[in-house]
Design a protein around this ligand. Structure first.
Ligand SMILES: Cc1ncc(COP(=O)(O)O)c(C=O)c1O
Length: 458
């Protein structure tokens, strides 16, 4: 497999990282100052720089600094920043039609995109799509549909889960950080332990545990944990994203499938972050042969334009009558054109296979780092969805939140973001078109930042 950058990547982006001035440079500073005055501070703004242009796996700021991106805009630009197929589709669509009146009319690209999603859905079994505008909107749609279909009103979610910042999606988030000050939340959501084997809730070892966490859900929470008989659905991330890039054992999803069937609950797979080739599969559900009842997708679905969707079994989706759910901008012209072009590009370039190959290579290198550095407690992942968990010591596993690692990498031009219940997991999730060479450059910088940080701790 050719693991160099695609031909279309701009020359400047091939040189990433390439810093001209220490960030933030003078032009960025002016914009940052105005932003701080007029834009809500709710957005974190982890990095003090401005977005000017992008290409491949690189971003340029207003001062000409070029950063290497290890986060894909949080798993959005899977086929690369400013992929020309996506850019062209947006340009052509903008000239033809922008707002496509999903509520009142039909639109060719919406039908075509839904047909493609049906074809590539897990097991080819999810044949009907509802398009919204974001991942969280997809979650809301799945909550509504699962209640409408089952007539139930309660849900199972998982510890460490993240499904978005509004309504029921926020109610299903497990961390105080996301919820603080925003209650009350919808009742009837029960949290089960996710198989976070590095920090097993029950201090067990896999596989001898026999997935005690699922037993606990089945025989503990569902029987004695307080739910009524009105359970509608189980919401699960097949690889937990914001919770810390946690890959569950292979039996986990099939066991949830079985449990849902026996209890007449719907299985809802939230693939907003794990989907569309990120984990080395088109959908992570495919890796265990699990067919959910509803699949939620977003992020990479729009190739950089806001888009989210639920893709469901036809028998389930068709209980909704016209008007049961809707959105002014759902199936929007530009989102459909961009998303369709992005998903086609992912499939045509077989980026799931590239993700697998690069992911295996990166995991090997990162495992060597884990053996070399005391503060790397765990390296886990699938494809290019890899988490590196930082701890005080391998023995105690005490979580170590280290913004300085991020800062040191950033100063060398590498953009890395964290995840995890303790904020101590670095994500290695670059655009899937990244070259092996750029992946190595990024991992070299990451190692340097780990090394410098560890040496200051002695
Ligand atoms: C698994 C998962 N679900 C849902 C969401 C929410 O998506 P959005 O931010 O587009 O609303 C996210 C966002 O990070 C996510 O990772």
């Amino acid at each position: 497999m050719d693991l160099s950058l695609p031909e279309w990547v701009a020359d400047w982006a091939r040189k990433a990282p390439d810093l001209k001035v220490p960030p933030p440079g003078p032009k960025s500073k002016v914009i940052i100052e105005k932003d701080r005055k007029y834009v809500s501070h709710a957005y974190d703004r982890l990095f003090q720089f401005t977005m000017k242009r992008s290409s491949g796996a690189a971003i340029m700021d207003e001062d000409g600094n070029v950063y290497l991106d290890f986060s894909s805009g949080i798993s959005v630009l899977n086929a690369g920043w400013s992929n020309p197929k996506v850019v062209q589709a947006i340009q052509e669509q903008a000239e033809r039609l922008t707002h496509s009146l999903a509520n009142d009319a039909y639109f060719d690209k919406e039908a075509e995109f839904a047909e493609l999603l049906a074809k590539i859905s897990p097991g080819g079994a999810l044949e009907s799509t509802f398009f919204g505008n974001s991942g969280a909107e997809g979650v809301e749609a799945a909550v509504k549909l699962s209640r409408y279909y089952t007539k139930g009103s309660e849900h199972i979610a998982f510890m460490g889960s993240y499904h978005g910042r509004i309504g029921n999606a926020l109610a299903m988030a497990s961390r105080i950080k996301y919820k603080y000050g925003h209650g009350p939340f919808a009742p009837g959501i029960y949290f089960a332990p996710y198989p976070y084997c590095y920090r097993c809730w029950f201090k067990q070892e896999y596989p001898s545990c026999g997935l005690l966490c699922v037993d606990y859900l089945e025989k503990g929470i569902l029987e004695f944990g307080g739910p009524s008989n009105d359970l509608a659905s189980v919401f699960v991330e097949p690889v937990q994203g914001e919770g810390g890039y946690i890959v569950p054992p292979k039996e986990f999803m099939p066991r949830l499938r079985k449990l849902c069937d026996s209890r007449k609950m719907l299985l809802v797979a939230d693939e907003v972050q794990s989907g569309l080739a990120r984990t080395g599969e088109v959908w992570e559900c495919n890796s265990t042969g699990t067919v959910p009842d509803i699949l939620i997708t977003g992020k990479a679905l729009g190739g950089g334009i806001p888009l989210g969707a639920i893709v469901a079994k036809k028998s389930i989706m068709e209980v909704w009558r016209p008007g049961s759910h809707s959105s002014t901008f759902g199936g929007n012209g530009i989102s459909m054109a961009a998303g369709l072009a992005h998903v086609k590009e992912i499939l045509e370039q077989r980026l799931h296979e590239r993700s697998k190959v690069l992911g295996e290579y990166a995991m090997k290198r990162l495992a060597e780092l884990r053996d070399r550095y005391e503060i790397i407690g765990d390296v886990r992942g699938k494809g290019l969805m890899i988490g590196v968990e930082i701890v005080k010591s391998k023995k105690t596993k005490e979580p170590l939140y280290v913004p300085q690692i991020q800062g040191l990498a950033w100063k060398k031009g590498l953009m890395m973001i964290t995840a995890g219940m303790y904020g101590n997991v670095f994500r290695i999730a670059p655009p899937l078109i990244i070259s092996k060479e750029q992946l190595d450059i990024g991992m070299d910088i990451f190692e340097q930042a780990i090394k410098e940080t560890e040496s200051t701790m002695k």
